[in-house]
Design a protein around this ligand. Structure first.
Ligand code: DGL
Length: 275
């Protein structure tokens, strides 16, 4: 039974989903959250679609057992390849992914209709964003350039947020978007907002689309429409009510969580999946 004070379930392969959680807290300060980071099996982005689907089913079952009122797939890789699987398992519980609303936001905010997309190999190979953008544009002019940035995820996981190495690699990946003339770039991986500063320095005139931000707006809209926003009194004196579950304790998770969320995470619990 879905109740307004039930938590919202959020999952990702690791720390990337924290950038989504941050946006969810911003737009929905009165909600309770359950965050699942599959830190033992990160990265997802270079795994096969079958494996990503299996991991996603396991995460969904786990969150449903916690009686969540909604599931947010805080991972573009899962959103590209396994959102149907997640929806199948979730049944009547709403599932919000990262792609659809971010594609609309990118299309609407682009003035020259030259849109860049960066993501993991799996996300870029799936062509999910491209298809969605072409669907939105119908027959209107639109040029798209996509590139996978496989080193960004390990850099973020290793807390290499603003180092010379990160800047060098970012230059290698991103220079092509300048030549292409993109005025909008979709950060199609939830790890990438952690690198916003570096990306912004390289592409100062390009609008960066943060998929967590776009999705958080939709989560707010859906919960309001369904009248299941948490209606208990906001207690501004406490940090948000979030339970953290991880499949492996990693140093970087706690460090990055504090860096991104602005508060230390309390007692993350270790869980194990079958494989
Ligand atoms: N943060 C994830 C995404 O949005 C996945 C990164 C990974 O596990 O490769 O795609």
């Amino acid at each position: 039974m879905t109740k307004p004070n039930s938590p919202i379930g959020v999952f990702d392969s690791g720390v990337g989903g924290l950038t989504v959680l941050k946006q969810l807290i911003r737009f929905l300060p009165n909600e309770n959250f359950i965050y699942l980071g599959d830190t033992a099996r990160v990265p997802y982005g270079n795994k096969s679609p079958e494996t990503i689907k299996r991991y996603s089913r396991e995460a969904t079952h786990f969150l449903l057992e916690k009686n969540v009122k909604m599931i947010v797939i805080a991972c573009n890789t899962v959103s590209s390849l396994a959102i149907d699987e997640v929806r199948k398992v979730a049944g009547i519980i709403d599932v919000v992914g990262m792609i659809d609303f971010s594609a609309v936001a990118a299309y609407r905010s682009s003035r020259n209709k030259k849109i860049g997309i960066i993501g993991t190999r799996a996300t870029i190979n799936s062509k999910g964003y491209e298809q969605q953008l072409k669907f939105i544009a119908q027959n209107s002019p639109l040029e798209i350039k996509s590139a996978s940035c496989p080193l960004f995820v390990p850099l973020v996981e290793e807390l290499q947020i603003d180092t010379e190495a990160t800047k060098l690699i970012a230059y290698e990946y991103l220079e092509q978007f300048k030549d292409f003339g993109a005025d909008t770039l979709i950060l199609g991986c939830t790890h990438y907002p952690a690198l916003k500063k570096v990306i912004n320095e390289l592409l100062p005139d390009v609008d960066l689309i943060d998929t967590g931000e776009q999705s958080a707006i939709q989560v707010l809209r859906i919960l309001a429409e369904k009248q299941i926003l948490n209606n208990s009194q906001i207690d501004f004196s406490t940090t948000p009510r979030i339970e953290f579950y991880l499949t492996d304790f990693s140093y970087s998770f706690t460090q990055l969580a504090e860096l991104l969320l602005g508060f230390p995470i309390q007692n993350p619990k270790l869980i194990e999946f079958s494989s």
